[in-house]
Ligand binder design. Structure first.
Ligand code: FES
Length: 101
C-alpha cells in the first residue's frame, strides 16, 4: 500500500491508498476520481491523461514511444503529462501528487 495524493479542480488534496502493482487509472477509478480511461488501458484513447505535480516524474517507468505518440495528440500536453493507465504503483511513488488533465 502506497499513499499518494489527488489534487482536484478546487485545489483540494485527497490522500489515497494505492495498491502496489495497480495502475494509476485503476486506483483513480476505485477512488471515484473522474478519469475516463475509455480504452481500458490499451493506449488507444488518452482519456486517462493526468499531470504529475510532485517530483516523481523520474521515478515513473519511462514513457514508451507509443505513450508519447498518444499524448502528443492531446490538446493540453505538458512536460508532466502521463497516461494514468501506464503508471504502475510502486513504493517509489509514495507522496506522488497528480491531477486530471
Ligand atoms: Fe486509454 Fe489510458 S485508458 S490510453
Amino acid at each position: 500500500m502506497v499513499k499518494i495524493n489527488f489534487l482536484d479542480n478546487n485545489n483540494n488534496l485527497k490522500e489515497i491508498k494505492a495498491n502496489n502493482g495497480s495502475s494509476l487509472l485503476e486506483v483513480s477509478k476505485k477512488n471515484n476520481i473522474n478519469l475516463e480511461g475509455s480504452c481500458g488501458g490499451e493506449m488507444l484513447c488518452s482519456t486517462c491523461h493526468v499531470y504529475i505535480l510532485s517530483n516523481h516524474i523520474d521515478k515513473l517507468k519511462k514513457q514508451t514511444d507509443e505513450e508519447k505518440e498518444i499524448l502528443a495528440l492531446t490538446k493540453n500536453l505538458k512536460k508532466n503529462s502521463r497516461l494514468a493507465c501506464q503508471i504502475k504503483i510502486t513504493n517509489k511513488l509514495k507522496g506522488l501528487i497528480f491531477s486530471v488533465a
